[in-house]
Design a protein around this ligand. Sequence first.
Ligand code: UD1
Ligand code: CA
Length: 475
Amino acid sequence: MHQHIITIILAAGKGTRMPSSKPKALQTVLGEAMLSHVYAAASAVSSAVWTVIGHKAEMVQQHLRKEFGDNAADACVLQQEQLGTGHAVRCAIDEIQKRTDLRGTKILILNADVPLISADILENFITQANPYPLAFMSIKLDAPKSYGRVVREGFLTAVKQGPVLQHEQNCGAVSRITEAKDFRLAYPGSEIFEVNSGIYLADAGLLLEFLPQLSSTNAGGEYYLTDIIGLAKSKGTALEAVCCGNAEALLGVNTPAELNEAEKILQQEINTKLMQNGTVLHNPETIRISPFAEIAPGTEIYGPCELYGHCRIGAYSVIESHCVLKNTVIGEYCEVKSFCHFEDARTGNSVKLGPYARLRPQAVLADNVHLGNFVEIKKSTIGNGSKVNHLSYIGDSTVGSGVNVGAGCITCNYDGKNKYQTVIEDNAFLGSNCAFVAPVTIAKNTLVAAGSVITKDTEENCLAVARSRQVNIKR
Ligand code: UD1
Ligand code: CA
């Protein structure tokens, strides 16, 4: 982490090339917003991270608060109108300057739509860029697409004679960056294969001086941050293009196809690492695991399967296909059968779950619990060795150990206004198709007769029957 570096992440854009109900920065790559990937990398290398928000600003700010805390949300700068990347950085630095002494500070600028950027690459970039008042990261691509072209002096000399294909970086010093649209207009038939990754390191003072001088007379009609390179150059500033990243890690995501490309790259990287580490992945092309997940060696996962957020899977557990797990912790030696859906839940060791089990937030299962098909657990703890094997809903409950919940048992936790608790003590045996109208406590060793509607607490070691007696009437 560098004390003298503050990061600004640009996340105000709408993402016109990827229309959606959410802003582009919140589009996800393996379950994590692009902004989260970038934010995580940035916070590893800089002393503070500021985010420029604009389109659906509140949504982005809320996301930062949820994922990275109040400090992250408070360090947001609103760019009212999205007038371009240069304007975005200007909004940010004006605000930061009010709150921080920027003398001796360098600003690292990142786009929120470069989700595969890593702290390692940034670290490498900073090392090489730090000696310059202004530097940016360039990459060489076979297809430069919509990236800004890095125009060097050699190109400008050669193009006077006619169209130029500039493949190499050793064509003289950097002269400026020209955006793709403007490049095509200015140099038809020419191409430059060295492009701007959108990552910059600059002295704060330099940004404060040059940003107000940018103009918006270009093909996009925007204040381009990239113009600062040509501007600084013309004022005799020492600057450099540092070519230290790889095209995959610096992929800019503007379209759904590029989002898919980013996900595929990251997926392969994560799965390869897991397999090298001793996790068995069957059909890995269809297994999607978050970079924030921790999977122990000796675990076996069958695709298709998705594990998002901060999932943790203990050693020697098996997860069958068609499961979706979010922020869920699974213990060791567990069996998760097909078609399970878990979110914000936690299990002990040696549990058997599914097929078709659902764990909702704050479901906590002790060791040796069994849940069968069509069983939903919400905000409840289930004690050691208890079984809920078929068609049940357990919500807002505390279930002891050794409990057997018969098929079709329901805790009626909601009266339309409030939620109430159900307590089921150790070794209770609940017959099939019972309703437990909360608040209610089923005492230890209670046997509840099938089909009962339990509205009153039971007593230990009793049979509780709460249904009308059968009568057989002659036809
Ligand atoms: C930008 C660069 C381009 C570079 C590419 C790398 C400019 C002018 N161009 O192009 O040289 O090759 O990134 O991926 O900088 N944003 C704002 N406010 C705005 C406009 C944009 O915050 O007013 C944010 C966007 O949300 C996005 C980032 O800035 O996260 C980049 O904007 P985008 O429109 O994607 O720029 P590119 O065309 O990709
Ligand atoms: Ca972009």
